[in-house]
Write a protein that binds this ligand. Structure first.
Ligand code: TMP
Length: 191
């Protein structure tokens, strides 16, 4: 089972992904948490430099870097999934589509070039307004986090994607305990 947690920056993805991994383990399942981008690889380092403004890449190149960064992990993901592990991903394929679309890229192209990655069985969208993202992090923001219009377009893409089967939209503006409970109940129903 591959479960992706998606949403805008500051929507609580890291907290909720960890809480879900812990909850699955408490329920006796083998679970592992993976985070994208994986900043620990050479491609991940390049992404970090670009986010801090040290490098200039076009939107296509940026999303291709993020996608390559996921393909770097494909063999591991496939091995873990075939080994009966539940993998919880803090951002996955849908982030590339949401942020890519927000930068004017074609959603079909973004989907096609990611089609050889393991498909998420469930994608949970922690939905928040871009203004809340800015409010929750008022300093030290990277170039995407500073751009509220871009975050608004990324949210529109997420909401459109969330109409597909396998998606679950959660109101991410509430407290973390409440959100974690709703996610745990939803995931529990799918096993
Ligand atoms: P992070 O804050 O979750 O580490 O992600 C850094 C930024 O990268 C965030 O603003 C979203 C963006 N992003 C993409 O544009 N495409 C992707 O595929 C991923 C995983 C992240």
């Amino acid at each position: 089972m591959l479960i992706a947690i998606e949403g805008l920056d500051q929507s609580g993805k890291a907290t909720q992904a960890q809480a879900l991994r812990d909850r699955l383990r408490d329920d006796g399942k083998r679970a592992r948490l993976v985070s994208f981008p994986d900043y620990g690889t050479a491609i991940g380092e390049e992404i970090a430099r670009a986010l801090q403004g040290e490098r200039e890449h076009s939107p296509e190149v940026m999303q291709l870097l993020y996608i390559a960064n996921r393909y770097e992990c494909r063999d591991d993901l496939e091995r873990w999934l075939s080994g009966d592990l539940t993998v919880v991903c803090d951002r996955y394929i849908a982030s590339g589509i949401a942020y890519g679309e927000a930068q004017g890229l074609d959603a079909d192209w973004l989907t096609q070039i990611q089609r050889f990655l393991p498909v998420a069985d469930m994608t949970i969208l922690l939905d928040i307004e871009p203004s809340l993202a800015a409010q929750r992090k008022s300093s030290g923001r990277d170039r995407y986090e500073r751009d509220l219009a871009l975050l608004g377009r990324a949210r529109d893409s997420y909401l459109r994607q969330a109409e597909q089967p396998g998606w679950f939209r959660v109101d991410g503006e509430r407290g973390k305990v409440e959100v974690a409970q709703e996610i745990a109940e939803f995931v529990g129903r799918q096993f």
